[in-house]
Write a protein that binds this ligand. Structure first.
Ligand SMILES: [Zn+2]
Length: 295
């Protein structure tokens, strides 16, 4: 099975009401952990690359490592560029063997978001690559969700959240041709200082009209019961990053504080952080109902 188109992975999740985990993975260690944990649990998995990790020549190292990893396992895997901000980056990823890209023009006004998303679809679809776009805006930061709205210029300040308007979903999907839609229903990127409160009624309305599968960003730290409710109402892909780095960094800090040995072998230093990160991945796969769904 191994490498499977993005839209196939998401279609199965939507039809059978589970969410595929997309782990943003920064290096070979994280890539390998994601495919091996998914394989152990019989779960499809999406390997996400965030732009800082695939700048310049890093893209080739990342893509080849991920393609190699995907071929070592039996479960469906696809490579996804997360949060690209421009079309050339999307094309580079498509040419390096990615199955999908996310173009994030969600901070721009509706018409500009449509234009940017449609442009990327036109560019990469001849290569068989699918596109995810975001409608509404999932903010970044350390606070809980708040419906901040737009400034007078129409641009969003960093940290502002705009909930997805169910009335614009059909038009956005139709005019752009994207394969999946990231929605803003109350999550935030990063870590929470207060638990988010997802707008499940809004999600239900979006899912009722949406012709394409829905994606939840800012999954890290969102309480399990709310994630399960979101999956029941149509979320087919959930993005996780902060909880992975938090699990790894916490163990690394504890190890170095205890050992105080700066020449310790890298493989030894990384052992407990890697195990903690793998546990965090496994926990998400179980929580999303994705375990055992590979076929
Ligand atoms: Zn995101």
């Amino acid at each position: 099975m191994s490498i499977v188109p993005f839209r196939e992975i998401l279609a199965d999740a939507r039809a059978r009401k589970y969410a595929v985990p997309m782990f943003d993975v920064s290096n070979t260690t994280m890539i390998r952990a994601a495919v091996e944990v998914a394989d152990e649990l019989g779960s499809p998995v999406i390997l996400g690359a965030i732009p800082p990790d695939v700048e310049g020549a890093s893209l080739g190292y990342w893509a080849n490592s991920a393609l190699y990893a995907a071929r070592q396992v039996k479960v469906p895997v696809c490579l996804h560029l997360d949060h690209a901000t421009n079309a050339p980056d999307c094309l580079r990823a498509a040419e390096c063997g990615f199955q999908s890209v996310m173009i994030d023009a969600s901070a721009k006004p509706f018409e500009e978001n449509v234009a940017a998303s449609a442009e990327v679809v036109k560019l990469v679809s001849p290569l068989g690559v699918d596109v995810e776009a975001e409608l509404g805006h999932v903010a970044s930061g350390i606070t809980g969700a708040a419906d901040g709205g737009r400034s007078e210029s129409g641009a969003l300040k960093d940290g502002d959240t705009v909930f997805t308007d169910p009335d614009s979903v059909v038009e956005f999907a139709g005019r752009t041709g994207v394969a999946a839609l990231a929605v803003s229903i109350g999550t935030t990127h990063g870590v929470y200082i207060a638990a988010p409160e997802l707008d499940i009624a809004r999600l239900r309305e979006i899912n009722r009209v949406s012709p394409i599968p829905l994606v939840l960003h800012g999954g890290s730290g969102t309480p399990a019961d709310q994630l399960r409710a979101a999956i029941a109402e149509g979320i087919a892909k959930i993005n996780i990053y902060s909880e992975l780095t938090a699990a790894w960094n916490r163990e690394m800090l504890a190890f170095l504080r205890e050992r105080r040995e700066m020449t310790c072998w890298f493989s030894v230093v990384c052992r407990t952080p890697d195990e903690a990160m793998r546990r965090a991945m496994a926990e998400k796969i179980e929580m999303f109902g994705s375990a055992g769904r590979a076929r």
